[in-house]
Write a protein that binds this ligand. Sequence first.
Ligand SMILES: Cc1cc2nc3c(=O)[nH]c(=O)nc-3n(C[C@H](O)[C@H](O)[C@H](O)COP(=O)(O)O)c2cc1C
Length: 213
Amino acid sequence: MWRMPFFCYAVGQHVDFRKGIFLMNVEEAIRTRRSIGKVKDEPVPRELVERIIEAAVWAPNHFHTEPWNFMVMTGEGRRNLGRAYAEIAGENKKEETAEEREERLRRAEQNAFRSPVVIAAVCKPSDAPRVVRAEELAAVHAAVQNLLLTAHANGLGAIWRTGDAAYHPATARALKLEPGDEVVGFIFVGYPDMEAPQRSRSPGSAKTVWLEG
Ligand SMILES: Cc1cc2nc3c(=O)[nH]c(=O)nc-3n(C[C@H](O)[C@H](O)[C@H](O)COP(=O)(O)O)c2cc1C
């Protein structure tokens, strides 16, 4: 089946024949994107994954350091992450039988298999003298938002997850991260298998102070 949206010069818009509609504009994508935690066990075409990563790398970044790195995990490629989840869960001591513990760790491992594609977004901060580490992380956060919005505009569901695993040495080992690398999130991606949840936000005006002359 034709899945890939393409740019139609006749209408100056992206067209998605699968959905039969034009891709949404950026404001609509921002407002309608929701975290989609339940997705189908259906593969996502590689070109679509590449497309959302191409969008991610257009994020702003100070001193042009491009501090992002993406690890795309599919199929058994998710296993090492799952093992790290299980190892981390294993550190939680609970009152439980050996069987209960085994089941809990099995479920923790399965958490890496909640979507057909899991993308680890990793910050590799530059060590150039003027670079501020917080800004390197900020750039990767912006890249993740680009990725989420582009996934949404292309009919994918995605959720940015962190939890203990993002910051745990077991994950760093599992993903063979280098010293200084920092996981900013795992983006779970697939075709949605749930309605987008209703969410609300305080209006921007409630979070804004105008300083005027
Ligand atoms: C840095 C970061 C980490 C997050 N980690 C998790 C997570 O571990 N688990 C989860 O269910 N959602 C996680 N989320 C998603 C938020 O829960 C979600 O964005 C929030 O509920 C608002 O919903 P919305 O994205 O649909 O607007 C994370 C979001 C951010 C920005």
